[in-house]
Design a protein around this ligand. Structure first.
Ligand SMILES: Nc1ncnc2c1ncn2[C@@H]1O[C@H](COP(=O)(O)OP(=O)(O)O)[C@@H](O)[C@H]1O
Ligand SMILES: [Mg+2]
Length: 368
């Protein structure tokens, strides 16, 4: 399956830069998501790779073929790029049965009848819609229609499959089921998937790598768990994870001490880390704030959000407001006193640039 390489790809609409000098290497067989807030350039990027939008600058290759090169005047049309699409507003042909909807594209490709029959049956089975073969779209639920749309897109066996928020019209439960199916489908088809979403959880759970963008600029390109545990900057750290990471104003001192609020602790950075005196934002994930009788610092419960599986607890600890997550069906009365401590990783972000410059741990913060 082909590797997709974008070099220095820029898209301007008039003076407005929608995608800004994007370099991206999508490994063969990957499941990539383009993630970011609305308007950050995800759809534009996808459409450029697919050939539906012409970049202003740069080169794009799919496998060993250059499909776009601004300088050399190369621009292959979408139907020569061997790719499939699935968009948010997929439209099935209402006057055709499920079978005919899936078969239609293959007939256009002049496949013979028997081959078409075999392929359609294979897809009906893969997407668990065998029993709807003879139905019309109006006789299907939203989720079933979506499966047919996926089957139709997969039918010709595209090497690359592009999906732009394909699940956003489905309800929460169905979306969850379809995520599982998509991940399975990726394994079963051996195609490269390029998926657009603004939903960080969808990106986290589905993809082998996430490309996160803000205002047309790539912020980080990494496997989801790496992005979660070692975000490149404050934007990525804040975008990934719910509840959001705690961001605490503080200062790093040359002796390796970090002071924040009324607390101070020595910071153990990565090998070779040399501390420098500067203002920082200390980033701590809510699940790394532990609440329990073995905690070392006092706090007051401001509010709680119990969900059954876990409880989000907002704490007030002197000058600090902290969000913690407890993985249990527990609740705490508002205004009750608890003990907490910091566990595992803490990230130091440079306050001026917002960049992550050290990931390490705090050694038992204490009041100063
Ligand atoms: N055809 C167009 N003409 C002018 N501006 C556009 C056009 N298409 C997209 N844009 C702008 O480019 C930016 C990125 O759009 P888009 O890629 O659709 O964002 P996303 O998919 O991340 O929400 C947006 O600010 C959008 O308004
Ligand atoms: Mg979009």
């Amino acid at each position: 399956m082909p590797e997709i390489i974008l070099k220095n790809v820029t898209k301007k609409f008039g003076k407005f830069v929608a995608v800004d000098h994007l370099d991206l290497r999508i490994e063969s067989n990957a499941f990539i998501t383009l993630l970011g807030p609305s308007g950050c350039g995800k759809t534009t990027t996808l459409r450029m790779i697919a050939g539906l939008e012409t970049p202003t600058e740069g080169t794009i290759s799919i496998g060993d073929r250059v499909v776009f090169d601004a300088d050399r005047g190369i621009n292959l049309p979408p139907n020569k790029r061997d790719v499939g699409f699935l968009f948010q507003n997929y439209a099935l042909w209402p006057h055709m049965t499920v079978y005919q909807n899936i078969a239609f594209g293959l007939e256009n490709l002049k496949w013979d009848k028997q081959r078409i029959g075999n392929r359609v049956r294979e897809l009906l089975e893969m997407l668990h819609i065998e029993s709807f073969e003879k139905r019309y779209p109006s006789e299907l639920s939203g989720g079933q229609q979506q499966r047919v749309a996926i089957a139709r897109t997969l039918a010709p066996g595209p090497k690359v499959l592009f999906m732009d928020e394909p699940l956003s019209n489905l309800d929460a439960k169905l979306r969850m089921d379809m995520r599982t199916e998509l991940k399975r489908l990726h394994r079963d088809t051996d195609s490269t998937f390029v998926y657009v979403t603004h939903d960080q959880l969808e990106a986290m759970t589905l993809s082998t790598r996430v490309c996160i963008m803000e205002t047309g600029v790539l912020q980080q390109y990494a496997p989801p768990l790496e992005m979660y545990s070692d975000p490149a900057n404050l934007f990525v750290a804040g975008f990934m994870g719910s509840p959001t990471m705690n961001f605490i104003d503080g200062r790093l001192h040359a002796d390796g001490t970090v002071s924040f609020g009324h607390l101070a602790a020595s910071f153990k950075g990565p090998d070779g880390f040399v501390p420098e005196e500067k203002d920082i934002i200390l980033g701590i994930r809510p699940e790394y704030i532990h609440i329990g009788p073995d905690g070392e610092l006092p706090a007051t419960v401001y509010s709680t959000l119990p969900s059954g599986m876990e409880t989000t607890v907002r704490l007030e600890a002197d000058s600090l407001a902290l969000t913690a997550v407890v993985f249990d069906d527990v609740d705490y009365p508002v205004d009750s006193k608890v003990l907490y401590s910091f566990r595992k990783a803490a990230i130091l972000f440079d306050k001026a640039s917002g960049k992550n410059f050290a990931r390490g741990s705090l050694d038992r913060p204490h009041a100063v």
